[in-house]
Design a protein around this ligand. Structure first.
Ligand SMILES: NC(=O)C1=CN([C@@H]2O[C@H](COP(=O)(O)OP(=O)(O)OC[C@H]3O[C@@H](n4cnc5c(N)ncnc54)[C@H](OP(=O)(O)O)[C@@H]3O)[C@@H](O)[C@H]2O)[C@H](O)CC1
Ligand SMILES: [K+]
Length: 504
């Protein structure tokens, strides 16, 4: 895939940081100073007129190095002329945090003193309580403090990550309700928790600051990447057959809308030819609705087997509006042909009673595109682990779930959501995030999943490997929704794809 934006786990971030310190070129203190200075500058850029509001900025500092960053931020914001106070929920406990606290010359209040604050207008709260070191749920008192601040209408900026969120899974630890930050300032690279689950929903705008760790970035090893725009989506040359032929299996009369949406999306994303294959009795109504998409009535699995003798059919899409019975009959034939394929909707639900029988037939060129409910039916143990309230960090994440699901099933798995996660069986994973300032809430509309299935199918037909097809399709899907904006319905998505492609 062209675009390659690495995202780190907490452990990978520590490896990079430790390598820098081991080299002798950096110390924990030098990194903290750079992090705090960069964060203060990102905060000042985000609220450029803050000093003129006459309000104060309250920096909430925890005991660890996240709190240490907070003291540095306090000093640099005060240096810009901002009225700043620190609220320390505990004394600094690391050498670096103690060093940073010692350089803070302004006022520091303690947790108990917070009730003495009303009357002072706090305009901005900087959350430097806990970062990557969070290990357990926030206490009720601290969670209440964060919520109270947000409820007062005060702006909230999170340092490294919103406190209470596990930086590796993005899940809020415990049953804590957390407020939403307007800005999250993180260091070196974004972390998984900035995009997944609650972290994706609550982080606001994510700004990643360079703190001089670039020379050691390779220490992180293989990384999950963030899906993004890629020039590989464009067609350079060739005739229609060199861009593949996608076959979308459709359902019976009155049920063709979902498959037509998938077929149109496959064509828009560049498949050279797309054929829609409903049962013969549904041909007339589909013929009335289609022009560039070809039609071929397929009665059953035998007819499909016959059709697949044509080696030019380079990808199949099964599921949208297909019907469970038709899916049970046709999916095994499609998989037996070894052709790249997308299984969505009914093609997944048809095997909910016996997923192992499905997994036994899957291969590397198959992409499963479940939403959370379909995922939990195919992988009940993983669904349960995602629903169980996490009491410790690092918590079980959607990424963990998808990686296990891909390894178990032998296919690429794309778990849909605002934080779409994709993994191939080897564990190479990509996240397509429509979260924070990149949210695409209008994607929550009927038929949106059918479009995604069609986009993946079109890219498979063009010859993209399964994981890349899934990652690019998920990015394109969300980007089309963002471009179209409010009022979007599923039909608008394939029609907006050309604008997204045109901007590459
Ligand atoms: N990685 C880098 O290159 C840099 C990171 N910086 C900043 O450092 C933090 C990570 O700092 P760390 O000290 O590892 O961890 P935290 O500050 O996030 O928190 C650890 C302390 O908090 C206690 N803790 C954890 N969870 C809770 C909780 N729910 N309630 C109360 N206290 C909690 C923890 O106590 P333990 O008992 O678990 O040990 C620690 O005392 C990173 O996020 C960056 O902001 C650098 O400054 C720049 C370079
Ligand atoms: K924080």
């Amino acid at each position: 895939m062209g675009a390659d934006f690495p995202i780190l786990t907490t452990r990978q971030m520590r490896m990079v940081e430790e390598a820098a310190i081991q080299s002798g070129a950096e110390t924990g203190g030098s990194l903290m100073e750079r992090a705090g200075r960069a964060a203060a500058s990102a905060i000042a850029d985000h609220w450029p007129a803050f000093a003129e509001t006459g309000r104060e900025a309250l920096i909430l500092c925890g005991p660890g190095n996240n709190g240490g960053d907070g003291y540095v931020i306090a000093r640099h914001l005060a240096g810009r002329g901002w009225p700043v106070r620190v609220l320390a929920i505990a004394p600094p406990a690391t050498a670096e945090a103690q060093g940073a606290a010692a350089l803070w010359r302004g006022e520091t209040v303690e947790m108990g003193a917070v009730s003495a604050m009303p009357g002072r207008a706090i305009g901005l709260c900087v959350d430097a309580l806990f970062g990557t070191g969070i290990s357990r749920p926030l206490s009720g008192e601290i969670a209440g403090l964060l919520r109270g601040i947000a409820a007062s209408g005060c702006e909230l900026a999170a340092i490294d990550i919103l406190s209470g969120i596990c930086a590796t899974s993005g899940r809020a630890l415990g049953d804590t309700r957390l407020p939403e930050a307007a800005l999250t300032v993180t260091f070196h690279r974004p972390k998984l928790g900035h995009f997944l689950s609650d972290g994706g929903a609550l982080g606001g705008k994510i700004v990643t600051c360079d703190i001089g760790l670039e020379p050691w970035s390779a220490e992180a090893g293989d990384c999950v990447t963030l899906a993004g725009p890629s020039g590989s989506l464009l067609k350079r040359h060739g005739h229609k057959y060199s861009h593949g032929h996608a076959l979308v299996i459709a359902g019976g009369p009155g049920k063709g809308g979902a498959a037509r949406l998938a077929a149109r999306s496959a064509l828009r994303v560049g498949a050279g030819l797309v054929t829609l294959a409903p049962p013969p009795e549904a041909l007339p109504e589909n013929a009335a609705r289609l022009d560039a998409i070809m039609l071929d009535g397929l009665v059953d699995g035998d007819a499909l087997a016959q059709r697949l003798r044509d080696p030019r059919i380079s990808a199949l899409c099964l599921g949208p509006g297909m019907g469970l019975e038709r899916a049970r009959r046709m999916v095994p034939v499609a998989l037996g042909a070894g052709r790249p394929a997308v299984l969505d909707a009914d093609a997944l639900s048809a095997f909910a009673d016996g997923p192992d029988a499905l997994f036994a037939q899957l291969h590397e060129a198959v992409v499963l595109t479940p939403h959370e409910g379909e995922f939990a039916r195919l992988f009940p143990d993983l669904g349960r682990k995602l629903r169980d309230e996490p009491s410790r960090g690092p918590a079980f994440s959607r990424l963990d779930a998808v990686r296990i699901a891909a390894a178990r099933s032998g296919a690429t798995v794309l778990l849909k959501g605002p934080d779409t996660v994709i993994s191939c069986p080897s564990g190479r994973a990509v996240i397509a995030a429509a979260t924070g300032v990149n949210a695409a809430p209008w994607l929550a509309t009927a038929g949106s999943g059918d479009v995604l299935a069609g986009l993946v199918t079109g890219l498979l037909a063009r010859g993209f490997p399964a994981r890349d097809a899934a990652g690019l399709a998920a990015w394109l899907h969300a980007e089309a929704a963002r471009r179209f904006g409010p009022g979007l319905i599923a039909e608008d998505l394939p029609e907006t794809v050309p604008r997204v492609l045109g901007a590459l």
